[in-house]
Design a protein around this ligand. Sequence first.
Ligand code: AMP
Length: 311
Amino acid sequence: MSLTVVGSLAFDAVKTPSGERERMLGGAATHFALAASFFDEVRAVGPVGDDFDDEAWAILRTRGTITDDVEHVRGGKTFFWKGVYGEDLNERHTLATDLNVFERFEPKLSQAARDCDVLFLANIQPQLQADVRRQCPRARFVAMDSMNLWIDIAHGPLVEVIRQVDCLMLNDEELMMLTEKRTTLAAAREILSWGPSAVVAKHGRFGAGLYTHEGSFALPAYPLEQVVDPTGAGDSFAGGFVGYVAANRDEEITHELLCRAMAYGTAIASFNVEEFGTERVARLTAPEISQRVERLHRMTSFELEPLALRD
Ligand code: AMP
């Protein structure tokens, strides 16, 4: 049994108030795999070009991620993304998106990747997500991400694929844009009525919220003195969250289990943003994650001592 992720494998150029990198390994599937590999065997699916070098392969294979389903397109160039962050790190501007080998990508999953127990459809064209979803009919938990671009230009296909997954993970603004609702709760309820049993609303530096038919739950972002580069935070969060579900393969996927998954997502995302790109999570250790999950638990729970209030 394993966890399959389909999504971008990329080189990123990023500028933040803390500095910049002209070319570093990135991509949604990369960040997801680095995080999820703490929980289960990960199989990454996506195309790369001739420029995907030994260092990139080595980082992608951290903690045993299987790359048999990564398609090397001869003569092609790897997906390239360039972005800049403002002083408010929740504000990101995309300066370039060169699809390159992604332009003609047709996912053909190996039998092992199709047999996955858990599947994550990272942010790519909804039609490709649907194609991969069809190839993995036996997955017991399927989660997906998307972005404003697809809400704008592929709304119908996006809604179609959302209907076929268990969990949608999206930024709060995108959730409202997708559903034309004015609050995150209203947007999440609308999406729950389409088919998924869980919605995760990502609030960037404010944390994340979980919505299921049983209720809602929220965690703040893990407090940090300094954030260097938020790129990949959402995908690291997804890797921790979905990875936790994969690691609990004999457990029923309840609201409670997903609340605990939120803590792992939050903890790993907090490491991701401490350095550029994959730098921090590539050398992260399991005890470091456990320690932050424990601290998060302490800082978000309190004793309920009812007080007789004056009225
Ligand atoms: P996140 O910060 O979690 O939203 O993810 C950032 C990663 O997504 C970067 O490493 C980029 O390479 C990748 N990315 C950016 N735009 C796209 C896109 N249009 N399609 C797929 N991946 C993208």
